[in-house]
Design a binder for this molecule. Structure first.
Ligand code: ACO
Length: 412
């Protein structure tokens, strides 16, 4: 009836939950977080053990398929991923169409959507809606192929986004190096002749990649699933995830931390900066988390990794300010009361900076490993029992009641 109250629903209770603080939208077996105890586990394995003993690609296998691989499985997975690192030569034109100062996240986001246009075999709009959901052998093999491709090409697309802005030639992904080794080689971000990645930096980047590989239903992963729930191809869903990660409250925070430290300038200015945060004029970037309310376990591992990196690169000049800020904030009543602890981004930016990456490239260094987690969740959703249900939340309507159209000449 016309006079039905707008927010009544014939389908049961409607909950208003701004920012999804308490809404679970899926059952998942991938990542476990206990934000009060500071626990993070991938498929049951503590993040600390994985960071110590595993590699990014082994962890990728674990996240996607649910078990640690045998030697043979890992070799096959590595080969598949690495052999998909090439991109079609036509892509060079696409990359060259961006302005010289385009943000690399804008380039990477577009590049994933562009890539999808090459693979009609991965497009349910062309191949039929059940392409990835019926779980038969050819469907699973097709799904694997897209997963290998996206992980394999992520580093190449990122390196291309980096080089094109400098007007430099693109590099063909080299064989025989590790995932992070070939990425650093393609980047050759220090512009050195016969550049060989330092094994320490290669390992440090691998640990950072592993730590960033998944974090359950954060904004970008949710975006990938929401987009994927319409059964769009996985490249478009990953592009949507990149767009979400781009924002300063999420993957852009590592960049924001460095800008904040530069603006603070020196340890002596820390107290005044913290006061301005308390007056809500500034944000303490790299602190606070929707889920972690005591500590982010990744931040301890990253802090240790930073020391390893600084042994090779020398200490970052911002480190003193970062330490002073960290030490003051964790003791300050204002931040303690609000359970604001350093998150993964507080230290990661300092490592990337010491390794010589430009500031606006930091979110790309987050996106490249995170495609693993997005794909693990996408695969899980596609194969869930009962098929995929499109994600279509409801709103609480607070707008005008019914009113009649007024011709323009009769309006006040
Ligand atoms: N600096 C200052 N105050 C903060 C911060 C911060 N970084 N984070 C939260 N607060 C304050 C809020 O103002 C609020 O105070 P109030 O209750 O007096 O109004 C209180 O702490 C609770 O914060 P919420 O905004 O409710 O926390 P929410 O869970 O919505 O936000 C978020 C989490 C977005 C991460 C937030 O802490 C933030 O903006 N942090 C800085 C950006 C950042 O580091 N992002 C990276 C997140 S980790 C990642 O994406 C890998």
């Amino acid at each position: 009836p016309e006079e039905r109250v707008e927010n009544e629903t014939p389908k049961g209770l409607r909950v208003s939950d701004k920012g999804f603080l308490n809404t679970a939208v899926i059952q998942s077996q991938i990542t476990y977080i206990d934000g009060d105890a500071g626990i993070l586990r991938y498929r049951g394995y503590p993040i600390e053990q994985l960071a110590l003993h595993s590699t990014h690609l082994e962890t990728a296998y674990l996240l996607i398929y649910g078990t640690l691989p045998s030697e043979k499985q890992l070799r096959q997975f590595d080969n598949e991923v690495m052999s998909h690192s090439y991109v079609h030569a036509d892509a060079e034109n696409f990359f060259r169409s961006f302005r010289y100062d385009a943000h690399p996240m804008a380039i990477l986001t577009s590049a994933f959507a562009y890539l999808g246009s090459y693979y009609g075999e991965a497009n349910p709009s062309l191949q039929g809606q059940k392409l990835f959901t019926n779980g038969d052998r050819s469907s699973l093999a097709n799904m694997d192929r897209q997963i290998f491709r996206i992980i394999g090409k992520a580093t190449t697309l990122a390196a291309m986004a980096y080089r094109v802005r400098q007007g430099r030639e693109f590099v063909i992904p080299p064989a025989g190096l590790s995932y992070t080794g070939q990425f650093l080689y393609q980047m050759d971000h220090l512009g050195q002749e016969n550049y060989k990645p330092s094994p320490v930096l290669e390992k440090a980047l691998d640990v950072l990649f592993l730590l960033h590989a998944d974090h359950e239903l954060n904004a970008s992963c949710t975006t990938v699933l929401q987009t994927g729930s319409s059964l769009v191809d996985p490249y478009s869903a990953i592009a949507a995830g990149c767009a979400s990660l781009y924002g300063p409250l999420h993957g852009g925070a590592n960049e924001a931390v460095i800008r904040m430290l530069i603006s603070i300038g020196s340890p002596g200015n820390v107290p005044a900066f913290l006061e301005s945060v308390k007056r809500r004029e500034k944000v303490l970037s790299g602190f606070g988390h929707r889920v972690y309310k005591t500590s982010d376990p990744r931040s301890f591992i990253i802090r240790k990794t930073a020391d390893e990196v600084f042994k090779v690169t020398g200490k970052d000049e911002l480190m003193e300010t970062a330490m002073a800020l960290h030490d003051a904030a964790i003791k300050d009543e204002y931040f303690v009361k609000r359970q604001l602890a350093p998150n993964v981004d507080f230290w990661s930016g300092l490592i990337y900076r010491a390794m010589g990456f430009p500031l606006d490239f930091f979110p790309v260094l987050f996106a490249v490993p995170r495609v693993v987690g997005w794909l693990a969740h996408w695969r899980q959703m596609m194969l869930q029992e009962g098929g995929v249900k499109i994600w279509r939340p409801r709103q609480v309507y607070v707008g005008s009641a019914k009113r009649d159209y007024v011709p323009i000449g009769n309006r006040p």
